[in-house]
Ligand binder design. Structure first.
Ligand SMILES: Cc1cc2nc3c(=O)[nH]c(=O)nc-3n(C[C@H](O)[C@H](O)[C@H](O)COP(=O)(O)O)c2cc1C
Length: 339
């Protein structure tokens, strides 16, 4: 099956089927402050990330590219990202590297001239793509940096999956040394462990997006496409909350994603150690159900909820939120005790 048809099916399945896992964010409790020295109207949610100022610590995670429908989705999401001053990432650019006619389905700089825009490529593609080709793909869309996705669980469940991950770290190290763009390593929904984080750091990676278990489950998406994996492994992976705790002390910047659904999840992620957060599926659903307005409303809701939580924990800006105490319970607490 062509990449293009696969991309179409991914969107269809993500919108129609039950492919989301329950998140573990209930395991993190922020502590109420009954005497906040704060005027709600002065709460500041701005952050700087990769040299760009964002109004919220939020990026629209990599979703798509390559088809007419993908072009429209990317344009609308990126336009709102620009107006709301949040980040935006395109889906895997492999298709546009193979077929230059598809560049326009990834290009959003016409509607998002100034905000943070990130490219995307998969680690299995490093076997066949040169650093030069990847650099050109980033330049062609005017990206500020690159997400490189690590997705062995998705590939093993995919019927046409690429399951040769041999030498991946060496290939990544080479890419980091040859590419003069910031590179962020991400999963796609199964999380990243401390050991893998340290290997990534040794490859020169300075930012990791945990993309853990708790939101879109790509093992399940691929089984809906006819792939297979033993039933016992349908939920395999590291919850987002646990992955953040695994990586928080290894000396890299963290993005929290995988099941982030609201402002409270964002506040908890920041308190645990993330610099910013990423959301994918809810943005696709907001686009499908409400178009541009649906996406704007969703971001407004997130912003209001984040500000409200910040008021209730006594944090007037994101820096203060980072230092707020939290309580761990349940599975995430058990995990944390054994790291
Ligand atoms: C329809 C769809 C397509 C996606 N395509 C990509 C992709 O091309 N590259 C990538 O790194 N991640 C891709 N992702 C994964 C997301 O970037 C994200 O890591 C994952 O969905 C978990 O976040 P969520 O729970 O907020 O959806 C895709 C997600 C969706 C919903």
């Amino acid at each position: 099956m062509s990449i293009i048809n696969r991309k179409k099916q991914h969107i269809e399945i993500c919108l129609k089927e039950e492919i989301e896992e329950k998140s573990y964010f209930d395991d993190i409790v922020l502590i109420y402050n009954a005497l906040p020295d704060i005027n709600f109207d002065e709460i500041d949610t701005k952050v700087e990330f990769l040299g760009k100022e964002l109004n919220l610590p939020l990026i629209i995670s990599s979703i798509t590219g390559g088809t007419e429908e993908a072009k429209e989705i990317n344009k609308v999401l990126a336009k709102v990202a620009e107006n709301k001053k949040i980040g935006f990432a395109v889906g895997s650019q492999r298709a546009m590297i193979e077929n230059k006619e598809l560049i326009e389905t990834f290009f959003v700089r016409d509607v998002a001239p100034s905000t943070l825009v990130l490219g995307n490529i998969g680690i299995p593609n490093l076997n066949e793509l040169s650093s030069e080709e990847i650099k050109n793909a980033l330049k062609e869309i005017g990206a500020d940096g690159l997400f490189i996705h690590l997705n062995p669980a998705q590939e093993i469940a995919q019927k046409e999956g690429d399951v040769n991950f041999k030498n991946s770290a060496e290939l990544l190290k080479k890419l980091v040394s040859e590419l003069d763009f910031p590179i962020i390593a991400k999963e796609v929904g199964q999380g990243i462990s401390k050991e893998v984080g340290e290997t990534l750091k040794n490859c020169g990676i300075k930012i990791i997006d945990v993309a853990g278990v708790g939101g879109t489950n790509w093992i399940k998406v691929e089984t809906f496409r006819g792939g297979s994996i033993p039933d016992s492994l349908l939920n395999f992976g590291i919850p987002t909350t646990c992955s953040l705790l695994e990586l928080k002390n290894i000396g890299v910047d963290l993005i929290s994603s995988g099941g982030i659904r609201n402002g409270l999840d964002i506040a908890k992620s920041i308190a645990v150690g993330a610099k910013i957060c990423g959301i994918a599926l809810p943005f696709l659903k907001a686009y499908e159900n409400g178009g541009e307005k649906g996406i704007i409303d969703y971001i407004d809701k997130i912003e209001n909820e984040l500000k409200t939580v910040m008021f209730l924990v006594g944090a007037k800006n994101i820096k203060e939120l980072r230092n707020k105490k939290y309580i761990l319970k349940g599975f995430t607490r058990e995990w944390n005790e054994q790291i």
